[in-house]
Design a protein around this ligand. Sequence first.
Ligand code: SF4
Length: 184
Amino acid sequence: MKLMLMDVIEYTTSDGPGFRTSIYSSGCSHQCKNCQNPQTWNLAAGNPVEVDDLLKMVMNFEFADVTFSGGDPFFQVEAFTELAQKIKANSSKNIWCYTGYTFEQIVANKHLSMMLPHIDVLVDGRFIEELKDPDLLFRGSSNQRLIDVQASIKKGETVLLDYNPFNLKTQAKHASSALQFQHV
Ligand code: SF4
């Protein structure tokens, strides 16, 4: 399967904790006001790359974890799910994924939620200019959340990642209703 990619950045420290390989996909339909990467909205703006070739690249960066960004990786959910599955089968790298969808929108969608069993942290929600906060870690606006995906699947509710650079731990959010996961 092929992915349409804008760029791959090696050993970056800005899209999650530690050194990471950041994969920037093309394709996004959220049209957030003052998006920093509007050139990524068009799927055809990217270059086609085989998932297995990208996997080799990711594995070559031995000490880097992985971030899916864009664009919105959920715009190419089948290919990113295949990539995430293969990364997990071949390494212990953690995977963060940025998206303009909310976690609850993804959970409720059978097609989009196929990627959830294979990623560790979801940075969710559209960028909202009025909620922009430069002090936020790994996010642009305060509506966006760092979600511990596997803890959320296990508990059946949204669990936020309480990020501490010296100790990765999680904190349960008081969810009003249980989530129905479809791919677990
Ligand atoms: S989801 Fe991200 S890439 Fe898409 S419009 Fe919003 S800020 Fe831009």
